[in-house]
Design a protein. Structure first.
Length: 465
């Protein structure tokens, strides 16, 4: 019996000795130094979400998430210009809530989240997160962009978000970033150079928003990256997504006009009468070529390139085409109850969706061409300066079909996709975590680092009532 026990213990010892040991993951900074990390960019860098920049959204900003991971490899303290409330410094915050539409039907959707705003005043301390909502590339170089007096001019020459953390009234964002002497930086800028034009309806906008000229963008990027790398800092730079891929432009379909057979027939009759009236104005043989049928039809939109110049604006319309985009800001009650996008029964007139709520073929092409050109410049700078590069354009396109984290599917679909906040442009907490992981992938690859990625499901998505 004693010998059997000895054999048993010997066998157990042998098996234990042969058991493979699991190598623990050892975090490493690789060739990078994260002692002083500074982030530079716009609202996406600041943590803007749901139409505002507020405290809990700032906490989930992707640079703050990165800084938490950098702390595992001796990264330093990361300070943000904290807004100490949940409503921001300017009105516009949204939340999910129940509201009644024009048919008195209750539904869940974005509603105003109203509360006391924080003052627009300097925070009084130096910060690491230099994300400035609303900033375009060249704004980062503008002296006085943080001067409170500049908010009072027409047009304003300053930005209220930079006013809060600018080191002086004459400095620029890039000057402050360079003066911080970062050992590592992240840069994600350029979205607003296209986005302002897109969200205001392109050529049809009433605020004269234009796409930043390519030569101006290229010059600004050269100066920004040159200043950030002048002191020897390493960093990561991201390109800009095709802004037309975000929910702000993809939620309302171009062919969302639903008609039953009777309404389709009535609409065809109404436009036949309009065509006859236009022919009576001396435009012989004029026809729109509309043919409404039961089911889903393309909306009627204003046509900025209408071939007959002499007609009143109300008649310069056509049906939207595949690939054209209806903005999320289009008044939903006007679509549902008052004939926008089809025909105004009350006024017996065509009622095309105004061009400020539409991106037509020409405008979509302008945007895509600009994104391609800007991204070419950004990638060339990453190569020239030896920076890590994040292809956010490709990442967002992949997310349209869906990406999985811990068994959960995330997409770019509005509200239910799990990535975007209620403004349809900016990310929620989980979206920022996904973006942080994209940045970490690029950093680890470029600098031979081993920085753990984050658990996306640890971060908050949209809050349901």
């Amino acid at each position: 019996m004693k010998n059997k026990l000895l054999y048993l213990f010997a066998a157990m010892f042998f098996l234990a000795a042969c058991e493979p040991k699991i190598q623990e993951f050892e975090a490493s900074a690789g060739d990078a130094d994260f002692t002083k990390y500074v982030s530079v960019g716009n609202s996406l860098t600041a943590g803007y979400a749901d139409g505002a920049l507020y405290k809990s959204a700032q906490e989930n900003a992707y640079p703050n998430i990165l800084a938490t991971q950098f702390s595992l490899v001796d990264g330093g303290v990361f300070i943000q210009p904290v807004i100490d409330n949940e409503f921001g410094i300017l009105p516009g915050k949204r939340k999910l809530g129940i509201s009644l539409d024009c048919n008195n039907v209750a539904g869940l959707g974005p509603v105003a989240d109203v509360g006391a705003l924080a003052p627009i005043a300097p925070v009084g301390y130096a910060v690491n997160n230099m994300g400035v909502p609303g900033a375009k590339s060249y704004h980062l170089l503008a002296p006085g962009y943080g001067s409170i007096a500049g908010l009072m001019t027409l047009p304003p020459t300053a930005n209220p978000y930079f006013v809060r953390f600018a080191s002086s009234t004459t400095t620029s964002v890039v000057a402050d970033a360079a003066a911080a002497n970062p050992t590592f930086f992240s840069l994600w800028i350029g979205n607003n150079d296209v986005l302002g034009y897109a969200t205001s309806g392109g050529r049809g906008n009433v605020t004269n928003e234009i796409i930043t000229p390519e030569v101006m963008f290229n010059g600004a990027m050269d100066l920004i990256v040159g200043a950030l790398t002048a002191g020897g800092a390493k960093g990561v730079i991201a390109n800009i997504p095709d802004v037309t891929d975000v929910p702000f432009f993809t939620t309302v379909p171009f062919n969302g006009l639903y008609l039953d057979a009777d309404k389709a027939a009535a609409l065809n009759g109404a436009y036949a009468a309009v065509e006859a009236a236009i022919q009576g104005m001396g435009v012989a043989g004029f026809t729109y070529g509309f043919n409404f049928t039961a089911g889903y039809n393309a909306f009627v939109i204003e046509d900025l390139d209408f071939p007959i110049a002499g007609l009143p604006k109300v008649f310069k319309i056509r049906q939207a085409r595949a690939g054209e985009l209806i903005l999320l800001t289009v008044p939903q009650d006007s679509l549902k109850c008052y004939g926008m996008g089809s025909f105004s029964v009350a006024n017996s007139k065509p009622f095309g969706i105004p061009s400020k709520y539409v991106l037509d073929e020409t405008e979509v092409t302008n945007i895509k061409n600009a994104v391609t050109a800007f991204n070419t410049k950004i990638q060339s700078l990453a190569t020239e300066k030896g920076l890590a590069f994040v292809d956010m354009n490709a990442n967002l396109k992949n997310a349209k079909t869906g990406v999985y984290y811990d068994g959960q599917l995330f997409t770019t679909k509005y509200v239910t996709g799990g990535i975007f906040s209620l403004d349809g442009i900016h990310l929620n907490g989980q979206g920022n975590a996904i973006v942080a992981n994209y940045f970490l992938d690029a950093i680890n690859l470029k600098y031979n680092a081993k920085i753990p990625k984050v658990d996306v499901n640890f971060y908050p998505g949209l809050k349901f009532p």
